[in-house]
Design a protein around this ligand. Structure first.
Ligand SMILES: [Zn+2]
Length: 98
């Protein structure tokens, strides 16, 4: 299996779905992401590993779609915020209190 970086995954999703995602818009795409998150929650509670894996994939896909039409570079955003240490306590592993 090839290594795919977050940016490459997002670019692939852009190639596949940007036109459709743009037509649907941010609100509609956000709502879809919400549906996929609910499905992931259901899969985690009652379904097998294969179903859980698929739902994680759907959540990642819809998150990338939403980022594309919002003009957000997910790799830049995540690495800027989570650069090897917890953004709150600045430690690794995180030592924040619950
Ligand atoms: Zn922390």
């Amino acid at each position: 299996m090839n290594v795919v970086h977050i940016r490459e995954f997002q670019e692939m999703m852009k190639h596949l779905y940007f036109n459709r995602d743009s037509e649907r818009g941010v609100k509609g795409t956000y709502d879809w992401l919400g549906d996929e998150l609910r499905e992931l929650g259901e899969a985690l509670e009652e379904k097998g590993e294969e179903a859980v894996e698929e739902e994680f994939a759907d959540v990642m896909a819809w998150l990338a779609s939403l980022a594309n039409i919002s003009g957000i570079d997910l790799e830049k955003a995540t690495v800027n915020k989570y650069s090897g240490k917890c953004p709150k306590c600045q430690r690794s592993p995180c030592q924040c209190t619950f």
